[in-house]
Structure formats: structure tokens, C-alpha cells
Design a protein around this ligand. Structure first.
Ligand SMILES: Nc1ncnc2c1ncn2[C@@H]1O[C@H](COP(=O)(O)OP(=O)(O)O)[C@@H](O)[C@H]1O
Ligand SMILES: [Mg+2]
Length: 362
């Protein structure tokens, strides 16, 4: 998958931009606050129909404006041209179109234009609560399996209904019905998560080993109450507690992923550089799984390439992503000379864009 051209109107601090991208490495350089990350986020929007960073679509509309437009012309790995247009207006909401035709359901788009982003914000995956890791997992698995997204959405709908019900009733017959539905959708969610994490684990370890020259061992482990017993039983065992608490205290909405380095929690015992290397290894593993599942090489977005990494690790990363397993890459950095010299030492061809105050120039 290659993004040939990106068009932006009123997207965050970018009033208007038309960017013609190269197939390989595209570098965006400029000072802090210039709009580099916003460009990558626009690409994320086109694939996922939402920001990688902000919670609401309205936040992505240029201050004082009514709407934003993002448009991407893509060339798929099978040679087809595709036009994706994602716009949002404060009055009319979001509209997502593929080749001029509006999607009936935005969920149908997810996975068709695979993207992987690595950014300084990823540390939230390590530092924050389990919810952040579940959000990541959901977003990523949705890209490679639309049925997963459907199961997850149905599970969440039933869960919300069950929680609402528990606020005013403890009728066992009704709870039984909710539990059957939760068990059906939740079990699918569990099985897919488990399979994906088990496939990812060795890839993460391998990429981490390459980046760190095998200095430490890392692992990721899936944590779910369903490891011990089926979801129907989990729900039954916790029913009394749910009635007392008036919400659903157990289920796949409580799952987590444990990250370890040298056998210890990465959050407590990993240095910033080790944590960052782990996160990059995670994203590269995600990339590989997505490529396998969709048959398209995703677009790789590397925001703030040098963030928390020493030069050696950046060079290893560039050697990895410059190889045949990867496709088009968008990189941002605030230091033009550093980025150029590193890419030249790595003997990689690249296109350079200067970003300044919301303006993009080649
Ligand atoms: N909706 C918006 N309207 C106007 N400016 C915005 C909007 N959202 C974010 N910005 C601005 O965009 C700038 C940050 O751009 P960003 O892409 O993160 O910079 P960087 O080049 O450092 O990555 C900030 O100055 C921020 O205030
Ligand atoms: Mg930035």
C-alpha cells in the first residue's frame, strides 16, 4: 500500500496542504509545533477514520473553522488506484468515502488501508492502565479481522445493557440472557486476542533482539480471566458480586497484556530507551501480522524517529524498515541535519519535506 498524494484542508494546524509522496522513505522535518505529527495523524485518519491522538473529531478541525478534509490517493500492492476521502464538519459530522462512494458503515473501511504508527505517545501503553493496552489491541486486531471488530462492538453493547440493568434489578433470568450473549461474543474476542498475542510474542522478542543487539530478553503475556475458565462460568461466579457492585466486574473488558524485560515488569524496570525499543519492536511485529493478514504492506508512520533512542538503535531500526519486508515509510524529526546524515550513512534513499507553521514544502 502506498500513499501517492495527500490533500488536507483545515486539518489541525494545516490550513491547506497537497503533498506528493515517494514510494520509499518520506521525511518531514521542522521545529516543534510545525505540524509534522499532524501530517502523520491525517494519514492515520484516512486508514482508521479517527485520530491516533485526539479523542474527538472536532479537535482536528483547524481552530475557528467549520470542517476539515483529508484525502489520500493510494496505489495498492496489487496495482489498483484508490481514493479515500475522510471529512468532518461540526454540523454534519463525519463522512468517509472510497472512490467517491460513501461507506454505509465506517467499520467496513478499517483494515482496507493498513497503517502502523509509532510515536512518543506509545509510552502510555506501558505506563497507563490496562484500558490503554486493550484499546491498542482492539484497534490493531480490528485492522486485520473485521469479524473481531463486530464481536467487540456487540460485546460492548451487551455489556452496557447489562450494566444499566444491574443498576435497577437483579433478576436472574434476565442476567442469564445477557450472560449467554456476552459469553458468545466475548469468547470470540478472547480467542482472537490470545492467538494474536501468541503469534506476536516471538516477533517482538526477535525485533527487540535486533534493536538492542540481544542485550536483554523481553516478553509479552496475555492476561485474561478466561485463561482459567469459560466466560459463561466467569460471569456466573461473579454474579453475586456484580449485583452488589451494580456493574459487570469480570469479562474480557478486564483483560490485560503484561510486558516484561529480563523477567521483570517493563514499566518498573525498563529504562526509557529499553521501553521505547520494546514499543518499536511491538509496532514492527504488528506491521508484520497486518501485512500477512491483509496482503498489503501497511504504511509505516515513525513519529519523532530519534525519541529516546541512541544513534545505534536508530540505525538498526532504519536498517530493519529499509529492508524488503517493509514498504512506504513516513518519518518525522526536528533535526534536519541529524536525520539526513543518519539516512545517508544507512545508504537509504529518501524524500525530504520541510514543515513550517502548518505549511509543507519539498
Ligand atoms: N485544531 C487545531 N487547530 C489549529 N492548530 C492546532 C489544532 N490542533 C493542534 N494544533 C496545533 O498544531 C501544533 C502541533 O503540531 P504537531 O504536528 O504536533 O507539531 P510537530 O511538528 O512538533 O509534530 C500545535 O501548535 C497545536 O497547537
Ligand atoms: Mg511531533
Amino acid at each position: 500500500m502506498r500513499l501517492k498524494k495527500l490533500l488536507l484542508i483545515n486539518f489541525k494546524n494545516l490550513p491547506q496542504a497537497e503533498i506528493t509522496l515517494a514510494d520509499g522513505i518520506n521525511c518531514f522535518v521542522g521545529d516543534n509545533g510545525a505540524g509534522k505529527t499532524n501530517i502523520l495523524d491525517a494519514v492515520h485518519y484516512l486508514s482508521m477514520s479517527k485520530s491516533a491522538f485526539t479523542m474527538t473529531d472536532g479537535q482536528s478541525v483547524h481552530h475557528g473553522e467549520e470542517f476539515f478534509v483529508t484525502e489520500g490517493s493510494y496505489l495498492t500492492d496489487t496495482g489498483a488506484m484508490e481514493l479515500v476521502n475522510c471529512s468532518f464538519s461540526r454540523k454534519g459530522g463525519k463522512v468517509l468515502k472510497r472512490n467517491g462512494k460513501e461507506y454505509e458503515r465506517i467499520a467496513d473501511h478499517v483494515g482496507g488501508f493498513p497503517v502502523v504508527i509509532s510515536s512518543p505517545r506509545d509510552t502510555e501503553l506501558i505506563m497507563d492502565a490496562a484500558e490503554e493496552r486493550r484499546r491498542y489491541l482492539n484497534s490493531f486486531i480490528s485492522q486485520l479481522d473485521r469479524a473481531y471488530l463486530a464481536s467487540m462492538m456487540r460485546y460492548n453493547t451487551v455489556l452496557a445493557e447489562r450494566n444499566k440493568f444491574l443498576k435497577s434489578s437483579s433478576d436472574e433470568a434476565m442476567l442469564q440472557i445477557y450472560d449467554m450473549q456476552l459469553a458468545e461474543h466475548g469468547t470470540r474476542v478472547y480467542e482472537r486476542r490470545k492467538e494474536i498475542i501468541e503469534r506476536m510474542q516471538p516477533m517482538v522478542a526477535e525485533y527487540y533482539g535486533t534493536l538492542s543487539e540481544d542485550r536483554e530478553q523481553v516478553e509479552m503475556v496475555y492476561r485474561s480471566e478466561l485463561e482459567q475458565m469459560p466466560l459463561s462460568e466467569v460471569l456466573l461466579r461473579n454474579r453475586e458480586r456484580d449485583i452488589v457492585n451494580q456493574f459487570t466486574t469480570a469479562g474480557v473488558h478486564r483483560d490485560d497484556i503484561i510486558f516484561r524485560i529480563g523477567g521483570y515488569p517493563l514499566r518498573k524496570y525498563g529504562s526509557q530507551g529499553q521501553q521505547k525499543s520494546f514499543l518499536i519492536a511491538l509496532k514492527l511485529a504488528q506491521y508484520r501480522l497486518l501485512a500477512e493478514a491483509t496482503g498489503e504492506k501497511p504504511i509505516l508512520l515513525l513519529d519523532d524517529l530519534f525519541d529516546k533512542l541512541d544513534l545505534g538503535r536508530v540505525e538498526k531500526l532504519l536498517a530493519l524498515v529499509g529492508g524488503d519486508d517493509f514498504g512506504q515509510i513516513l518519518i518525522t524529526d526536528c533535526n534536519k541535519l541529524r536525520l539526513e546524515s543518519t539516512l545517508e550513512r544507512a545508504d537509504k534513499e529518501y524524500s525530504l519535506f520541510m514543515v513550517e507553521g502548518g505549511d509543507v514544502k519539498r
